[in-house]
Design a protein around this ligand. Structure first.
Ligand SMILES: C[S@@+](CC[C@H](N)C(=O)[O-])C[C@H]1O[C@@H](n2cnc3c(N)ncnc32)[C@H](O)[C@@H]1O
Length: 416
């Protein structure tokens, strides 16, 4: 079916926008990750908790912008990375990075996500962040990506969320009402107006905290975008399901779980804990009110192993190897009585999400080495503490990933 004239107009406006304002702000060089080995393990097992680590695989970065595909190619030198984008300006920046870093494993194409099928292959991993909410028909984009996903492949999908971005949508509407355009003068005047924005406006927390508001293209991307359609949790889950994708997990799950942070202390906790996971996620989005985006791992709907949750009711997790996530830190100051540390995840923006631990639990965490199983680490815990509860808490709080024993013949098959 060919796109309607309206859809074509939106697609053209979005493409023109990114020709003028390539995103993110172009850089001339990428810094190799200091912690890349740990980050690579984490990235891999977030996607494939039950599969042995391997570097060789194919990765599609869909709507790659100026740097994301090059970053993947640098981080995964033995993977074959394909970056596609509609913006020639973005592809040109990505190409310059490819040359600068000699990334022979990176292929770049100017191609809409909706036409990913024209690549003529399927990919073990698809990364699509910050793109589909800008499409005239996001379902057409996700459908095309689903078709391009290999049978046991994994997709990391990020789209905007509505409630935390309420201030952005107010300003977008304000801009439309008075006819602000994403020209140099339009952006300059908008930046001046934002400096005078009355205290208490819902945009203020973002203005203070988001690096995107500190440069023109970022400001335009947030406030003057021709097309921006957010997804609430139920909308996100329905979006995945109707495009034949199963939800595996949130990239960072603690904010979506009533077991973590403030919700646990509310009189509603017992009620929240009874709900099914999807209702819990939806309730947490409403209770927290600040989520800006949803970022999740998805797999094909015919790959049931990929959508299966880690089950703490059984015993498989005991033979899993905990991997401490790179953003986990242990604070040792101003501790609650009887505690030896407080675990935080530096990437969480919700300050109520932290996990106080006793001395035995701290020894357990410090002994995590990427080889020992949860069962063998349990010797560090005090006799009265429950290993099941503790490992589940670490996992829920995004302190660890669990590398499961290679579970079933399907997930043991190598990608590609
Ligand atoms: C906000 S940027 C995100 C870039 C990158 N994914 C990242 O996270 O850094 C959105 C990108 O999607 C691209 N884009 C928009 N519509 C597209 C489409 N239909 N097909 C492919 N790329 C598209 C834009 O050109 C832009 O580079």
């Amino acid at each position: 079916m060919s796109p309607s004239p309206d859809a074509e107009a939106v697609a053209t406006a979005v493409r023109d926008f990114y020709e003028r304002h390539p995103y993110p702000r172009p850089v001339e060089e990428l810094r190799p990750d200091a912690e890349s080995e740990a980050e690579r393990l984490e990235e891999y097992h977030l996607l494939w908790p039950s599969r042995a680590f391997r570097e060789e695989r194919s990765i599609l970065v869909a709507g790659c912008g100026t740097a994301q595909a090059a970053r993947h190619a640098l981080r995964w030198p033995r993977a074959r990375v394909v970056g596609i984008d509609v913006s020639e300006a973005s592809i040109a920046h990505a190409r310059a990075l490819k040359e600068k870093h000699g990334l022979a494993n990176l292929e770049l194409r100017r191609l809409p996500v909706e036409e990913a099928g024209r690549l003529g292959e399927t990919f073990d991993q698809i990364v699509c962040t910050g793109v589909l909410h800008h499409l005239p028909d996001p379902d057409a984009g996700l459908r095309a990506l689903r078709e391009a996903l290999a049978p046991q492949g994994r997709m990391l999908l990020m789209v905007y969320a509505p409630y935390g971005r309420a201030g952005i949508y107010l300003l977008q509407e304000y801009g439309r009402l008075i006819g602000i355009e994403a020209t140099t003068a339009g952006i300059r005047d908008l930046a001046s107006a934002l400096r005078l924005l009355p205290a208490g406006h819902p945009l203020w927390p973002l203005l203070r905290n988001s690096p995107d508001f500190r440069y023109d293209a970022g400001l335009a991307d947030a406030l003057l975008h021709p097309r921006d359609r957010p997804y609430s949790v139920p909308q996100f889950l329905a979006f995945a399901a109707r495009n034949r994708l199963l939800f595996s997990r949130w990239r960072r799950q603690a904010p979506y779980l009533p077991h973590c942070g403030a919700p646990r202390g509310t009189p509603h906790y017992a009620r929240l804990a009874q709900l099914g996971p999807e209702t819990q996620y939806a309730a947490m989005e409403l209770y927290r009110g600040t989520m800006l985006r949803h970022s999740a791992v998805l797999c094909r709907d015919d790959d049931h192993s990929g959508g299966r949750k880690i089950d703490f009711a059984g015993d498989d997790w005991l033979d899993a190897v905990p991997l401490r996530v790179v953003d986990s830190v242990c604070i040792e100051e101003k501790l609650p009585p009887g505690k030896a540390g407080v675990l935080l995840n530096r990437s969480h923006t919700d300050t109520d999400i932290y996990l106080p631990i006793d001395a035995g639990q701290k020894r357990f965490v410090e002994a995590i080495d990427g080889r020992r199983t949860a069962r063998s680490l349990a010797v560090h815990l005090r006799p009265q503490s429950s290993i099941r509860d503790f490992v589940e808490q670490l996992w829920r709080h995004d302190q660890i990933l669990l590398r499961m024993k290679e579970a079933d013949p399907v997930s043991r098959a190598q990608p590609g």
